[in-house]
Every structure is written in C-alpha cells, then in structure tokens.
Design a binder for this molecule. Structure first.
Ligand SMILES: [Zn+2]
Ligand SMILES: [Zn+2]
Length: 478
C-alpha cells in the first residue's frame, strides 16, 4: 500500500465520507447544495481528521533509510568478517554463533542448535501477525580467485576427508549481513510495526538439508508460526541497488538418479565372450537425451543431465559394471514422474536389447530425498513488489525468469500449514558490468564461481531497506 501525502489523503477520504453522510442530511436539491455540503464536510474533516490510514508514513521510510546509512560501516565490517570466515554445509558452527550473538544484541530471544546449526531469533513487538525472515549460513568448497582484500583463505576437511578451500561463492554472507541489518533497524523503529518477526539462520542450504532439519526440529511448533516467509537470494544478472521478483514456480524440483549398468566382463580382445556395459552405458546416455526432446510436451521446462560416468580400470578389460549419475530438474510433479518412468523404461529396454539376462539388467535408484520446487506465492510477491517499487523506485524492481536451480526455502511453504512464501532476488553486480554483459552476451561470474564477487554497496543497503519495508508493510500497526 502506497503512502499518500496529506493532500491526497484528504481527497481520497472526503468523497466516501460525503457519500456516507448524504442520505442522513436533508436531500440536496441542486448542485449548489452539493457544493455547500462538500465544503462543510471538508471543513469538518480538516478540523477533525479521520485516523490516518495504516500506510507506511513517509517519515518511517526516511527513518529506515537514515538508520541503514548510519549502520552501513558496521554491516560492511560484518560482511567482510563472514566472507573471510566461511564454513561448509553442516559445519556452520562459528557462523551460527556469530549470527546468534548479533540477533541477541538487537533484543531478540535467540535459540541455537535448531536442526543442527540453525539459529532462531524472535523479535516481539505486541499483538499482530508473524513474519519469518530467512538467511542461509553455509559456504562452498570453492577456491576464491576474486583478489578482494577480504577474500577467503579458509580451508576445511570435507565430509569425505578431503582438504578443500572454502568460499562464500553463493552470497550467503550477503544474506546474513542483510538479515542482521534488518533486525537492527527493526529494533529501532518499533513504532512502525506490530507483531512478531522470526529471523532464522538456516544451515546446509547447499546440500538441501537445512530447511528440512529445522522444520523437523520444531521451527513451526516451538516458535511463533509465521503467516508469511520471506528470503533473499543474490543474483549476478541483477544490478546492485535493484531487486527482482519471480511469481509462481521459481526454483525447480531437484532429483538425483543413480544408474548401475551391468554387463558380463572379459578380455578387451574377445568382446564376443562378454556383454559390454561401456557400450550399453553410452547408448543409455544418448537415449536419455530423447526424454526431454521427444517425450515431454514442448515448452514444458525440464533438464536431464548425466553428470558422471564411471567404469573400467584398464585399456584391455571389459568391465562388469558402469555407473551413471544424473540430475533431473522440473517444475511440476507430473513432468518429474514422466522423466523417471522414461528413464526406467529406456534403461531396461536397452539392457534387454543388449542381451542381458533379467538379473543383469540396469538398476535405477533415486539418490537422496531430492528437493521440491519452490513456489513464490503470487499475492505475496505482488504485494511486496508494489512496496519495493514504492521504496526503491519503479526502475529498481524488475521481473526475473524462474531458474532450474534448487532451493530448500520452498519447503517452508510446503508443510500442512501452506504458508505463503516468497524469495526475491537481490542484485549484486556493478550496473555497468550488467549492461556490458547484456550487450556482449558474455555472462558475469555466476554463483558458485571462484570469481563470484558481489558489490557490497549498495547491495547490503538495498537488501536491508527492502527487507525492512517488507516487515513494515506486512506488520503495519492497525
Ligand atoms: Zn548455492
Ligand atoms: Zn545460495
């Protein structure tokens, strides 16, 4: 809801008042009487104005922007600290402790170790609805090559025992900084919102485990249950200072599939004594490409990628087995199911064609739990888009296409409570670089790249301002 200057408020509110009053007054007989009545009502209205409509007043907006500007140096320091000290998924111990400490300082009731390293901060401010704001906490096994003065030099041992470099290459450090900045501002503008804000630091987003773990650990039962959930994700294609929205399906269903292709091994010089699983695997890889191109309805978004193929040990040995690993992406459950059914049919059919006996046919197994598609509630998304245009400027809010990436934020909207959720995109790139990239067709370094380097200002300021605007809109004092 836009805030209206007083002049417009008077105009907007007088007419209905006149209409309401008119039947109880002596019936006006001509235009002159109408004018008289209108003037009388306007005078009465100006002398005894109706209560202000609960729009965000101009001074709240200015107050928020001033607080964000004042706080920026400490937020930038926090961002640099988080960026230089990344931790891998499921190992976000120090990061979580820092976020908990920051939220505690804003006056929130903070609970740690919710679903692993999850943090829940609750800011209460009287009766009203509840809004959940989410940041993720984890970083990636990527070697940073940005050359930034605060670049990460962190190393860690991953869950398979490998020594790896660690980097916030997906911008979760920016999400955390913005969440903390928002909590700080909210604690300073309590006259302008009523209700409860639940701020969560979610671990293990990159492995699709954190949202599930926090929900399983009572996120919606031990803490105030939200009426809405909101999150950011940074996006290199969007200029810093700008935000972007996607309505409806925003992130894809993510499914991992493992295929074991069996054969009958033997000497590389005597293929007639074998059933070669390398050749069969190659046929399967190619045949799988026809699922999206030949079996799905044109225009239905879907991806099938064979990301890994392993088999054999030596030039002259035909192995007994080849293993394939696939990732599937889709938006609808029907598309997902059709792809999986087709994978089973094609692998079995090619196995039979290769002359394999029933007990040596390829085995198809779904890997892990997968991730359901994230769906941005259209009403909530539209409502916040209007607010962000109002606060940031019409040109600073744009539409973005859905992605085939995965995000476990979608799970917060898929419990039995069907809570409306929305994830907006936060622009992070130098606007000139975005224009240049659009012109040349050369993509900017993507998330998960070793060159991924968000521009901190105005990214952080924009994120805090808009996230605060979302709270002031949804939790407007009545
Ligand atoms: Zn990521
Ligand atoms: Zn991410």
């Amino acid at each position: 809801m836009k805030s209206l200057p007083m002049k417009q408020l008077v105009t907007a509110d007088v007419s209905p008042r006149i209409r309401r009053l008119a039947p109880t007054q002596s019936a006006p007989t001509d235009v002159g009487d109408h004018r008289l009545l209108a003037t009388f009502c306007a005078v009465v209205f100006l002398a005894f104005p109706l209560p202000m409509r609960a729009a965000v007043p101009e001074d709240a907006r200015e107050l928020v922007k001033a607080r964000v500007a004042e706080d920026y140096p400490t937020l930038f320091a926090l961002y640099q600290h988080l960026h230089a000290n990344p931790e891998l998924s499921l190992h976000e111990e120090k990061t979580a402790a820092r976020i908990a400490e920051e939220l505690r300082r804003t006056g929130g009731e903070v609970t740690e170790k919710v679903g692993g390293h999850g943090v829940v901060g609750v800011l209460r401010n009287g009766a009203g609805p509840t809004l959940l704001l989410r940041t993720d906490l984890d970083a990636l096994p990527v070697t940073e090559k940005t050359g930034l003065p605060y670049a990460s030099r962190a190393r860690a041992t991953d869950d398979w025992g490998n020594e790896v470099d660690v980097m916030h290459a997906c911008g979760h450090d920016a999400h955390m900084t913005v969440l903390v900045g928002t909590a700080r501002v909210l604690s300073q503008v309590k006259d302008h919102w009523r209700g409860t804000v639940v701020l969560i630091g979610q671990p293990a987003e990159e492995v699709g485990a954190g949202a599930k773990a926090m929900l399983a650990d009572g996120l919606f039962t031990r803490f105030p249950k939200p009426d809405w959930c909101f999150a950011w994700h940074v996006k290199p294609e969007v200029p810093a200072g700008t935000v972007a929205f996607t309505e409806g399906a925003t992130f894809a269903n993510v499914d991992s599939v493992d295929i074991a292709v069996y054969g009958v091994g033997g000497h590389g010089s005597a293929p007639q004594t074998t059933r070669d699983p390398v050749v069969l695997a190659a046929q399967i890889v190619l045949a799988l490409q026809t699922i999206v191109s030949r079996e799905l309805t044109p225009g239905e978004p879907a991806v099938l990628t064979v990301g890994s193929i392993h088999g054999g040990t030596k030039h002259n040995i035909i192995p007994d087995e080849v293993r394939l690993q696939l990732t599937l992406r889709s938006y609808s459950a029907e598309t997902r199911d059709r792809m999986i059914t087709a994978i089973r049919r094609i692998t079995r059919g090619l196995g039979l064609a290769a002359g394999l006996p029933e007990d040596r046919l390829p085995l198809v197994a779904m890997g892990g739990a997968g991730l359901p598609a994230a769906y941005n509630d259209p009403n909530l998304t539209r409502r916040l888009t209007t607010v962000f245009k109002d606060w940031l400027g019409e040109s600073q809010v744009r539409e973005a296409k859905p992605t085939m990436g995965g995000e476990d934020f979608g799970l917060y909207g898929q419990t039995a409570d069907h809570i409306p959720i929305t994830l907006f995109w936060l622009g992070i790139s130098d606007p000139a670089a975005v224009t240049e990239s659009e012109k040349s067709g050369q993509p900017l370094p993507s998330a998960h790249s070793s060159l991924f380097a968000p521009v901190p200002e105005p990214t952080i300021k924009t994120g805090v301002t808009a996230m605060t605007a979302a709270v002031l809109e949804l939790l407007r004092p009545q």
